[in-house]
Design a protein around this ligand. Structure first.
Ligand code: NAI
Length: 270
């Protein structure tokens, strides 16, 4: 008979660290994980007032049997990444789920792009995910269970005018995800730490299409209308539609999925 557990979507007792977790897609992810019982630590870059507001709001409207915290840190800074992961583990005792969601855009066509535009976007979107995954993985491999979900973008699959830095950073996450997935499984097998319930340590990526958040609100209305017209389902995604997929990939239910890129794009790229 099978040793594999039923693999539910519940997250009771789990601790999740969601970078950029206090607004936009990240906030929807934080809420989604918390609603399934996870303790949620939300990271943010600079806006302490916004993060404190988000925390107050969660404490007010979220589940009362779940704990919440916010952690300030620049994901482009390796020391900040290590410190925030330590902080989360110190505050909540463990780390089961890492969601690398923090991301930025600095759009310019290649001919106009400055070195700094390139370095900054790669630093936040790609290096940040690496530093955090490295710190979190140590802890997860020790325990033999864990989930890492990297939030990439459909732009990483298709490219986009004015987004060479962003597209490269988001495509970079595919290679990072697949390598982390292989190394995690290899380590567990080699060290006889394969989880008897089959939950294990998995690493996956989601590639959202265009989602109704501040990032997309910055796009001029006419351009946005044209983009929407190219989306087969003719609308932007609600952040919750991304969060639901992230939640599945963070839960036991996704135990046989690792190293994958999951499109959540209304058919924009198939
Ligand atoms: P947003 O701009 O609303 O939120 C970004 C979050 O990242 C903020 O919470 C911010 O504090 C954090 N952040 C930015 N720089 C940081 C740094 N250096 N250190 C730590 N945290 C930092 O963005 P949105 O739209 O919620 O996007 C979230 C993720 O989803 C990003 O990775 C983005 O690239 C990706 N995405 C968004 C799409 C959209 O249509 N909005 C589509 C596809 C992917």
């Amino acid at each position: 008979s099978s040793q594999i557990a039923a693999g539910g979507n519940k997250l009771r007792g789990r601790v999740a660290f969601v970078t950029g977790g206090t607004r936009g897609i990240g906030a929807a992810i934080s809420r989604s994980l918390a609603s399934q019982g996870a303790t949620v630590a939300a990271g943010y870059g600079r806006n302490t007032a916004q993060a404190d507001q988000f925390l107050a709001d969660l404490n007010e409207t979220g589940r009362k049997d779940v704990r919440y915290s916010v952690h300030r840190g620049d994901v482009a800074n390796a020391d900040d990444c290590r410190r925030t992961v330590d902080e989360v583990i110190e505050t909540h005792g463990r780390l089961d789920i890492l969601i690398n969601n923090a991301g930025i855009t600095i759009d310019r066509t290649v001919l106009k792009m400055q070195d700094e535009d390139w370095d900054t976007v790669i630093g936040v979107n790609l290096s940040g995910a690496f530093y955090l995954a490295q710190a979190a993985l140590r802890h997860m491999l020790e325990r033999g269970t864990g989930r890492i979900v990297n939030v990439s973008s459909v732009i990483g699959e298709t490219g986009n005018i004015g987004q060479a830095n962003y597209a490269a950073s988001k495509a970079g996450l595919f290679g990072l995800t697949k390598t982390l997935a292989k190394e995690a499984a290899f380590y567990l097998a080699k060290n006889d730490k394969l989880d008897p319930n089959g939950i294990g340590v998995t690493v996956n990526t989601v590639t959202p299409g265009f989602v109704a958040t501040e990032m997309v609100e910055a796009i001029p209305e006419k351009v946005l209308a044209r983009i929407t017209d190219t989306i087969p389902v003719k609308r932007l995604a609600d952040p919750q539609e991304i969060a639901r997929v992230v939640h599945f990939l963070a839960a036991d239910a996704s135990s046989y999925i690792t190293g994958q890129v999951w499109g959540v794009n209304g058919g924009l790229d198939m």
